[in-house]
Design a protein around this ligand. Structure first.
Ligand SMILES: NC(=O)c1ccc[n+]([C@@H]2O[C@H](COP(=O)([O-])OP(=O)(O)OC[C@H]3O[C@@H](n4cnc5c(N)ncnc54)[C@H](OP(=O)(O)O)[C@@H]3O)[C@@H](O)[C@H]2O)c1
Length: 286
């Protein structure tokens, strides 16, 4: 039961984020849809009882600051922050803040947003930050891919999601906070995320390729479950990582998942944290 709880879900106007918001609201949570196109957000909010919309473009620090200010104003408590929004394999683009678009959206925007609403989370007993990573994090390296490689940029941003989660979890623990940080990955899910992928990849996860896709990709309802489990399982704790339990973690029921050795590298976690503070100008209070 999520009654009386407030959940902010980034990228909740589509895909896995929408499903996570829908299910949390169905269990009583007051859901905030944080998305970059407010009219599309309002259209989606009309389908989720009690949902409200906050405009958030994670690729713009100014937008993240405005969204955080609005959230702080509107929410006296904040039980769940689901850092879900993301882009995959996009053409090279530098944001208005001078960052590569994938890292800006998937990691830096969420790093800044979380830091800017942290006091609300810390003031809410049992609150959680859930950040959505990917199996692709295993291909991620710390160095910036040169020349730009869309797939490597995505993998690196998803590694950053885990490095961030584990460092945040440790800092929260050291501060004796009642807030925990966890991560999840959805496996491989048929969503709009694949719109920029190759024709072959899109064909392979499509519903039409019936024989292989049972093992290869799952529907959005199943893909949302690891995120929902990280957000709500009473047995889940700081630093836990959930994903589908089937072959290669592509599909299946949500279970504890393993992440790469590099994601657990404390030096890498600390360095990413310090760099993220420098780049975003958001310095955490813990
Ligand atoms: N689908 C998969 O197979 C898969 C596998 C592993 C991990 N994931 C992860 O799951 C998460 C959700 O992806 P999805 O599959 O649900 O994809 P999706 O259907 O494409 O949804 C992505 C969401 O992120 C939002 N978004 C993108 N850029 C944004 C920005 N600058 N500011 C705010 N919101 C932004 C999108 O908004 P717009 O509608 O405005 O574009 C959309 O709401 C991502 O973190 C992704 O990396 C997905």
């Amino acid at each position: 039961v999520q009654s009386g709880r407030v959940a902010v879900v980034t990228g909740a106007n589509a895909g896995i984020g929408f499903e996570v918001a829908r299910v949390l609201a169905a269990h009583g949570a007051a859901v905030v849809i944080a998305c970059r196109d407010s009219s599309r957000g309002e259209a989606v909010a009309a389908r989720i009882p009690g949902a409200r919309v906050v405009t958030l473009d994670l690729a713009s620090l100014a937008s993240v600051q405005a969204a955080a200010a609005e959230l702080r104003e509107a929410c006296a408590r904040l039980d769940l922050l689901i850092n879900n929004a993301g882009v995959m394999e996009v053409p090279h683009h530098v944001t208005e803040d001078g960052f590569e678009l994938t890292l800006a959206t998937n990691h830096l925007g969420h790093f800044a947003l979380t830091g800017l609403v942290l006091d609300r989370l810390l003031a809410t007993p049992g609150s959680r930050v859930v950040t959505v990573s990917s199996i692709a994090h295993r291909r991620g390296v710390l160095e910036s891919p040169e020349p730009y490689d869309p797939s490597a940029a995505y993998a690196r941003s998803k590694l950053a999601n885990l490095l961030f989660t584990y460092e945040l979890s440790r800092r929260l623990g050291a501060a004796g906070a009642a807030t925990v940080a966890l991560a999840a990955h959805p496996g491989i899910v048929r969503t709009g995320l694949w719109r920029t992928s190759s024709l072959v990849e899109r064909a392979l996860i499509s519903r039409r390729v019936r024989f292989v896709n049972f093992w290869l990709a799952q529907d959005v309802e199943a893909g949302a479950l690891p995120v929902l489990r990280a957000a709500t399982d009473p047995a889940a704790g700081g630093g836990d990582y959930y994903g589908p339990s089937g072959p290669f973690g592509f599909t299946g029921r949500p279970a504890r998942a393993e992440s790469s050795a590099l994601s657990h590298d404390r030096d890498a976690q600390r360095r990413l944290w310090e760099l993220s503070e420098q780049l975003t100008g958001v310095v955490y209070s813990i």
